[in-house]
Design a protein. Structure first.
Length: 186
């Protein structure tokens, strides 16, 4: 990743997993373990999408990146007082490698009965925006640069399959309503 550019920031890949109900500490661990186990099973592709999930439990401080913090604050706002897990890191996506895995990531996260939904954002780095402007953006100005879309897991997988996945869009992806989820719907 190039440094000392006058425009843009790093690429960011972010996932916020949103709890169904209140989590015990063991629930959080069991959701995180889904990702860890999957990662272990994918040794042959070291920079796969599961590796690109960088766990965060506090605000990232990177002196040379000023958009980590608005991203973090935005997801904190979405999470509110609910339980959840945030992954946020400087990662770039490679469509031909990562989009297939993004579908299995979706199914994996939503398969957990203590997960209600998740948010996913890929930010390409705002290369057309001057860094001085990026550095001064507040949270509301930052959100104006993004789009927001709610969908269920089926819709999201269709979005990927139809080549409609967009960076700079915060996807809010819920479980598909149907017989398979009916016993987990409280
Ligand atoms: Zn950053």
């Amino acid at each position: 990743m190039a440094k000392h550019r006058k425009t843009g920031a790093y690429e960011h890949f972010c996932v916020l997993i949103f709890a169904q109900g209140t989590w015990k500490e063991t629930d959080k661990d069991s959701v995180r373990n889904l990702i860890k186990e999957k990662l272990k099973s994918l040794k042959e592709a070291p920079y796969n999408i599961f590796y690109k999930l960088t766990y965060r439990d506090k605000m990232p401080i990177h002196a040379d990146c000023h958009i980590c913090q608005p991203i973090y604050k935005m997801f904190e706002e979405f999470k509110g007082n609910n339980d959840g897990i945030l992954y946020l890191g400087h990662h770039y996506l490679i469509p031909e490698d990562d989009f297939e895995d993004m579908k299995s990531l979706t199914n994996l996260i939503l398969s957990h009965n203590k997960v209600k939904k998740f948010y996913l954002l890929y930010l390409d780095g705002f290369k057309e925006i001057k860094r001085t402007i990026l550095n001064e953006m507040n949270l509301e100005e930052f959100k104006e640069k993004l789009k927001f879309k709610k969908c269920n897991s089926n819709d999201f997988i269709l979005i990927i399959d139809n080549d409609k996945f967009k960076n700079r869009t915060v996807y809010e992806i819920s479980k598909r309503r149907g017989p398979s989820n009916i016993y987990h719907s409280q």
